[in-house]
Design a protein around this ligand. Structure first.
Ligand code: BGC
Length: 507
């Protein structure tokens, strides 16, 4: 084997030769633009909902409350419709990731990404031109459809084209793009907030990544797994050779493994039924799904959606609030880079456990700071408001190298081929439902629970840290098609869900 060809060893002797080819890197980056669209939408809504012209046009009641000096600090933005503006996207995403799981199987990962970019463009058009709340929410629903299709197809696409050795790092490009999208949105909001009807430019900006994904997805390869499972074996082999950068002989073993896995899948043509009824599917389904609940109940989107609103609650002016979001967004991007390099070197679990400790400490500190220095009507001293910003950055940092990227990575790599798209759908939609719940309820929760909201999330993080310590198996470096044999059947707890081979009868 040529020295630059990495032998991808799956921990138990599997040896799939592969180079990290330009094809794989470029295709992963283009696909990760789906993440940029998603991130842009996460980051844009908080800044826009803090803009006066936007509030006056669509939410005059909130505008009144915001400028009413006697209003309770914690309740200034408590409005169901305002929360619906942020959360409606996630409702549509749930439904559409279900449709996308079929489209991924029937039309392939690549086509599904193209559909995502079309939905996005329609949503962007409706939002940027919105004349009333109906148009605004309809636009958010279309964006949600784009997120559903994109988030379903992209992580699976990247996991399937990556050599096992680099899968973690490449997959995290998706999360990296999400964080870049959030940061770009924060910067855009900072500038557009100074323009007349600046919110239109903010919402319209989402069109750029959508166009890029649409054009980019015309030139990327389809994954070998998707081609083979749809009966195009020859094309699948050629695609595998191209993305692995090695000769026909060398890809044979991996090709045979994919053919074996997809044939097993064809014997069980009902992925949802397999997923929900087979005892052996339970471990992956449980882990991938609960992980999404945990990811959202870290409270990350409280910060991502509502940071500018939170900073205004603490008494910072709207410029300082938007700028603080830019600082936080930068920390988010840089810390995600740490994950890209660390995840295949140190493994998944160690990052998750370390981060849980850091996040609990910062959440508790934030709760204490608010409880002691922000009453119902006073303005928090500037020094404390900036201390709060520093704590938020430390919290975001920990999330960004752990529960953020690993939520998508683990859900895309733990399922066997016969349940992968269905299982990933359950994971993505659980994520979206939980995001919806947080988006729809946080401002009301802040109004009623005040600083205790932060202790609520700290409690969740203790639970998820214990889960990572005791129940999560390590998946670093294991070829995706060998996960069941090498990970699940060997785990101290989950192995009980698999039939053991009959012991050889004693002679
Ligand atoms: C989560 C998003 C979150 C983002 C923050 C993603 O992994 O799914 O809900 O807003 O990370 O960077």
């Amino acid at each position: 084997m040529a020295p630059e060809v990495a032998a991808v060893t799956g921990g138990g002797g599997s040896d799939f030769p592969a180079r990290l080819t330009a094809q794989v890197v470029v295709c992963s980056l283009i696909a990760a633009f789906g993440g940029l669209m998603f991130g842009y939408d996460i980051g844009i809504s908080g800044g826009v909902t803090g803009m006066d012209e936007f509030l006056l046009r669509f939410f005059p009641g909130v505008y009144e409350k915001k400028h009413h000096t006697k209003e309770n600090n914690y309740c200034k933005f408590d409005d169901q419709l305002l929360q619906l503006f942020t959360s409606s996207l996630y409702l549509a995403a749930v439904v559409c990731s279900w449709l996308a799981s079929f489209s991924c199987n029937k039309f392939g990962r690549k086509r599904t990404m193209q559909m995502a970019s079309v939905f996005f463009l329609v949503g962007v058009g409706l939002n940027a031109a919105a004349q009333n709340l109906g148009m605004l929410i309809a636009g958010r629903l279309c964006l949600g459809a784009g997120v559903g299709f994109g988030n379903q197809a992209v992580p699976v696409f990247i996991s399937e084209i990556s050599p096992a050795k680099y899968r973690g790092g490449l997959n995290i490009c998706f999360q990296l793009m999400i964080t870049i999208g959030i940061l770009v949105a924060n910067v855009v909001n900072f500038f557009t907030s100074k323009l007349h009807d600046g919110w239109r430019y903010s919402l319209g900006g989402a069109g750029f990544p959508a166009i890029f994904l649409g054009l980019g997805s015309l030139i990327i390869v389809e994954t070998p797994t998707s081609l083979i499972e749809r009966g195009h074996k020859e094309q699948g082999l050629r695609s595998l050779q191209r993305i692995r950068g090695v000769g026909a002989e060398e890809v044979k073993k991996e090709y045979d493994e994919i053919v074996r896995a997809t044939a097993a899948q064809a014997e069980h043509p009902h992925p949802f039924r397999n997923l929900l009824t087979k005892k052996s599917s339970f471990p992956q389904l449980f882990v991938a799904t609960i992980f999404q609940v945990f990811q959202q109940f870290t409270g990350i989107n409280v910060v991502m959606f509502y940071a500018p609103v939170l900073f205004q609650t603490m008494g910072l002016g709207s410029d300082a609030s938007l700028l603080s979001s830019v600082v936080m967004g930068t920390v988010n991007v840089l810390s995600t880079l740490v994950a890209v390099f660390a995840v295949d070197r140190f493994g998944r679990r160690v990052l998750l456990m370390q981060a849980a400790v850091q996040m609990v400490m910062t959440q508790v500190a934030m709760g204490v700071l608010l409880a002691t220095h922000l009453g119902t009507t006073n303005v928090m001293a500037k020094g404390y408001a900036y201390l709060m910003l520093a704590l938020i950055c430390l919290y975001v940092m920990a999330f960004a190298w752990s529960w953020g990227p690993l939520g998508w990575l683990i859900a895309s790599e733990v399922f066997p081929a016969e349940t992968r798209t269905a299982g990933f759908f359950v994971a993505v939609s659980t994520n979206m439902v939980c995001t919806f719940i947080i988006a729809q309820s946080f401002l009301s929760m802040l109004c009623t629970m005040r600083a205790a909201s932060f202790f609520f999330f700290a409690g969740w993080i203790v639970v998820m840290g214990s889960f990572a310590t005791f129940l999560l198996p390590e998946t670093k470096g294991i070829p995706i098609e060998e996960m069941t044999d090498k990970v699940w059947k060997k785990h101290w707890f989950w192995r009980r869900f698999y039939d053991r081979p009959n012991p050889t009868p004693a002679a």
